[in-house]
Every structure is written in C-alpha cells, then in structure tokens.
Ligand binder design. Structure first.
Ligand code: ZN
Length: 469
C-alpha cells in the first residue's frame, strides 16, 4: 500500500513537472497559454513575410507622390480602398476631410552676383509665387529665427532673408522641433522686418543637394513673401559667399498656387471583433505625402507596416476587440484628416483601447512606451515583455507621445502608445525628392510589422481593456 501510494505521488509529481512549462506560460492574468503561443506564431510569420514591402512598393510605384488635392492623392485613396478589400478586412470605408489646397508648378534659384551659380531650392508648402522673372535681391543671413526676431525693424528692408539654422541629428528626431520653427513662421517674421523674400537652410540632416519642403504659414495683416528652402550643401555655399563680406544677390523663382478648399479622404479598414466589436485598437499612418519624392518613408512605410500588422494580428482568427487601421488624409498640410477623424468619430473615441501611429520612416523599432491609466500598466508590461525579444526596450515612464495624426485624439483620453523607430537617418530623406523606395529595408520593415502585430493582437485580445488617462 505504502509503496503504491509513493508511486502514485511520484506519478503526480512527474505529471505536475511535465505541466510546469505550460503553467509558467499561462501565469498571465490577461492571456491564456494558447493566446501567448499565438503571439509567438504571429511574430514568426510576420518576420518572414514580404506583405508590407509589397504594399509600400505598390503604393510608391503604381501611385507615386500623393500630395493632398492632386490626382496622385486621389489615386492613393482608391489604392487603399482596393488593398484593404483584397486583404480581407471586414469593413472598409472612407471619411471626407477638407484642407486648403496648394500646388507647386516650378521653382529655381541662382546666385546672380558675385559668382553666378545655381542653387537647389524648393518652395515651402503654401508659398506664394514670385513674379514670372523671379525676385532678385541682396541676401541678409541670420543664424536662427530668434536672431531674426530680435533684430531691429526694417533690418531686412528690400532684402531676401536667409536663415541658416543647422538641424541636429538625433535618434528620436529631437532636432526637428527647434529647426521647424523657421519653416512655419520664417516668412512672416522676415516680412515683418521688411524682407521681399525668404529662404532657409533645409530642415534636414542630409548632405545631398535635395531641398526639404514642408508646411509654412502666413499671418493676416503681414505681407506675403515667397517662402523657400535650399539644400544644406547650397546653404553652406551661400553662407561662405556672405561671409566673404561683399553683397550677395540671388534670384528666387517660385511658381505655385493656392487653390481654395480641397477634399480628400481618410481610408479606414477594420477587422471586426468577436466579443466587443465596438471596442477597437487603432493603428495607422498618413496616406498623403509631399510631391517631391514618392513618400516611401513618409509615410508609405507606416501605411504598409500597420496594414500588414493588422493582417498578422488576425492570423489566428477574429480578435476579441476590433482592429482598425486608419490611413489619414492631408497630414502634410496640417493634420486635416486627423482633425476630421476626431470630429466625425467624437462619440466613439472612448471605444479606442489602444492607439499608435507609424510615421517616422522605416528603421527598426527600438522602444515601446505607453500613456495609459495606471490600472492598465500590468497589461502594458505583458505587451512589453513580448516585444523584448525583438530588442524593443520598454520605457516605463508612461508618458508616450504618439504620432502627429493622434494629436487631435489627446483631449479624449485615448490610451496612447509609441512604438518608436530609430530616426537617426530619417531626416536625410524626409520631405525631399530623395524619399524613395530604395531607402526602405525589407528586413527592418518586417521587424516593424512583427512589433505592431504583437501590440495590436495583445491589446485587442486581452481579458481586460486598456483604459486611458
Ligand atoms: Zn509623415
């Protein structure tokens, strides 16, 4: 009897030992062991897939540049609707967004004296045209916008203001904010100081001769003057010429036009949840791009990553909560699609359980960060643990700032997340003619898809929903 009991006990011990690995895996409060095994399978398949590459290749090749209000933008919307449908999304729809339409016809610049030569220039978005023959005037250089602002009134009377601020290279893109001020407001401040034209060093870390475009603004009551940027190499050249101490005269010729109100569309695809269909994970990027390149990094990659991620997140069947991919319209002209989305969906924004936008190129994701109610942090920790093997670091200060198109959602306490890409090289290409498909690395793209798919799957399938703060 004693012997038999011992053998029963030892069988039980053996049995419990053989279950140990499964029990260790299912310790989670939020996921079953089966679900955790799904996460691993999703990751494995995403890391082998070319889906995101096929999408960004198709978008940048068959559609090309997608500036809001252009035929390319319209083609981009049609492309996105067709792709969502062919990928098997349960629901696909569009929502309109209006914006001030602007188009570029031509742009050129040159040093007229003392040493005639071409300058590589681009008009900043929203710029007015110069007269047909261009505008010709002496250059007055400033180090940055603050120096121009504190200069005496009329300091630039009859001149072309040149701001030569160098943007810093940084993994998180922290150099962009300080540099971009001179892009959005430079032409206004220059005009207030009497200038007849405005040109700036590109908001860029590049060494090539492609100039960086981007949004700029005028102010009511301030004379509108041409607003433009030259490549960094040309900015160096102009700086050297000015530093020689003799007057430097340049000609800027920009032909562009504001066209009144334009309309484009947010394109939305959704895999509908089985248990809580109204609750949803929101991921996405922006469908529009500037006109100079093909918008491969900004933001073709983000579109492709999030569309593909939603597909992999539903690999093992319908999620508990819906997974929605939003491709925002007219981001480059001032978040017009995002603002329209927040307004049109105001009553259902509380159903968002997690939101993240991919809009920082196509390099690998290095960090994961949340901005949620404290009670959701254990679940966030579990997601972070599954991202760790992909070398994604968890930044636990719960203060994530997510993508630009999610800014209009902030007042609604949407649970926000950042899957931060390495942006060290992003501003070598951003908003230039050099933003093309060859800058996208298929392997890094797969890493992004796997990370987003894990995030979307776990947020959509957890036992408890994530709450915002
Ligand atoms: Zn972007």
């Amino acid at each position: 009897m004693k012997k038999r009991l011992t053998s029963v006990i030892s069988t039980l011990i053996l049995a419990s030992l053989s279950f140990t690995p499964v029990q260790a895996q299912s310790k989670s409060d939020n996921f079953s062991a089966v679900q955790l095994s799904h996460v691993k399978e999703i990751k494995r398949q995403a890391l082998q897939s070319n889906l995101a590459w096929d999408l960004v290749e198709s978008l940048t090749t068959e559609v090309g540049p997608r500036m809001p209000g252009t035929p390319g933008d319209e083609a981009g919307v049609a492309w996105a609707v067709a792709k969502f449908k062919s990928m098997g999304f349960d629901k696909v729809w569009t929502e309109p967004a209006t914006f001030p339409k602007w188009i570029r016809y031509s742009e050129s610049a040159s040093v007229v004296s003392p040493s005639p030569q071409t300058l590589h220039i681009t008009a900043l978005g929203n710029s007015i045209s110069t007269p047909k023959e261009g505008i010709e005037a002496q250059v007055i250089e400033f180090e940055n916008l603050a120096e121009l602002e504190s200069a005496p009134d009329h300091v630039a009377k009859g001149k072309i203001v040149f701001i030569n601020y160098r943007m810093d290279r940084d993994r998180d893109g922290n150099g962009y904010g300080p540099a971009v001020k001179a892009r959005s407001r430079g032409a206004v401040v220059a005009a207030q100081k009497g200038a007849v034209g405005y040109v700036m060093r590109s908001v860029s870390t590049a060494t090539h001769r492609f100039a960086h475009t981007g949004g700029s603004h005028y102010k009511e009551g301030v004379t509108k003057i041409v607003s433009s940027a030259i490549s960094n190499a040309d900015a160096d050249q102009l700086h050297r010429l000015v530093a020689l101490g003799n007057p430097v005269t340049i000609n800027i010729n920009v032909q562009a036009k504001s066209m009144g109100e334009g309309t484009s569309y947010n394109v939305i695809g959704e895999f509908t949840g089985s248990e809580f269909p109204k609750e949803h994970v929101l991921i996405g990027g922006h469908l529009d791009s500037w006109d100079l390149g093909t918008g491969a990094l900004d933001d073709g990659a983000g579109i492709a990553i999030t569309m593909a991620a939603a597909k992999f997140a539903t690999l093992k069947g319908r999620p508990k909560r819906s997974i929605r991919v939003v491709l925002f319209a007219a981001e480059e002209f001032g978040l017009w699609g995002a603002k329209a989305y927040a307004k049109a969906n105001e009553k259902t924004l509380s159903n968002i359980v997690a939101a993240a936008e991919s809009d920082f190129g196509a390099d690998k994701i290095w960090a994961f960060e949340s901005n949620v109610h404290e009670s959701s942090l254990p679940l966030v920790n579990e997601i972070a643990a599954m991202l760790k093997p992909l070398n994604v670091e968890y930044i636990a200060n719960n203060a994530a700032r997510n993508g630009p198109d999610l800014i209009p959602l902030r007042p609604f306490k949407v649970p926000a997340f950042a899957l931060s890409q390495d942006g060290t090289d992003y501003f070598d290409y951003h908003h230039t003619a050099d933003d093309t498909l060859d800058k996208v690395d298929p392997e890094k793209l797969r890493h992004n898809v796997a990370s987003y798919a894990i995030f979307a799957y776990m947020a959509a399938n957890a036992n408890t929903r994530i709450i915002g703060k």
